[in-house]
Ligand binder design. Structure first.
Ligand code: OGA
Ligand code: MN
Length: 209
């Protein structure tokens, strides 16, 4: 796994900038496992929804990705990938004095033409997402393919930067503070996307109700 010094530097960046970008996050063998898993689940992806709990609905004008929610017990072949997620949770707790205690992740697939309009990842009725994580899984991405992650300033009005969704690039950002969007993609776009939570998601769901 990554060194203490590396995590210290990433924590400083996350604290100062509200995001940190890490290229080459997973070791190659785990990345390969994840790609095999993604391929195997391709037919089980379902259109993503917006809103919480009983208010969840499809909204293709807002987001057009297809997702597959991961389950630690069921998706045993991703055990080591989960371990790398858990490492980040423990590191952020220690270095940023957070009390993260769970996570939720899905595979995400944006078909050609897909996008996700500007939003925050923390919303009313569901505010236990603290850190958003996106690991990009596009071995052939090239400029012109689109699908960049667009980050905005803290007011959500001014563009801050574009992040290309290249293979094995991870971004962590503050779910409550970083306005962001997925720009229209002209090639299929894959990622592992999730959230580090300060309570397990089922508890959050009860509170949200
Ligand atoms: C999301 C999201 C960003 C990305 O799923 O909430 O903003 O780059 N994803 O895929
Ligand atoms: Mn988001």
């Amino acid at each position: 796994m990554h060194s203490d010094a590396q995590w210290d530097a990433w924590a400083d960046t996350l604290a100062e900038e509200d995001y940190v970008l890490i290229d080459g996050y997973l070791p190659p063998e785990l990345l390969a496992q994840l790609m095999v898993f993604f391929h195997a689940k391709q037919d089980e992806l379902t259109p993503a929804k917006v809103g919480t709990l009983n208010a969840r609905q499809q909204a293709p004008d807002i987001r057009s990705d297809m997702t597959y929610w991961l389950d630690q017990d069921r998706d045993q072949s991703l055990k080591e990938v989960f371990a790398w997620i858990e490492e980040s949770l423990l590191r952020w707790n220690r270095l940023l004095f957070l009390s993260l205690s769970g996570y939720e992740f899905h595979l995400a697939y944006y078909p050609k033409g897909g996008h996700y309009a500007k939003h925050l990842d923390q919303f009313r009725g569901r505010n236990n997402r603290l850190i958003s994580c996106v690991l990009y899984l596009n071995p052939d991405w090239k400029p012109g393919d689109g699908g960049e992650l667009q980050l905005y300033d803290s007011t959500g009005t001014h563009e801050r930067l574009h992040i290309s969704p290249i293979m094995n690039r991870m971004i962590f950002f503050r779910s409550d503070a970083v306005w962001h969007a997925v720009l229209p993609t002209s090639a299929p776009r894959k990622s592992l996307t999730g959230w580090l939570l300060y309570r397990p998601s089922d508890v959050g769901a009860i509170i949200g109700a």
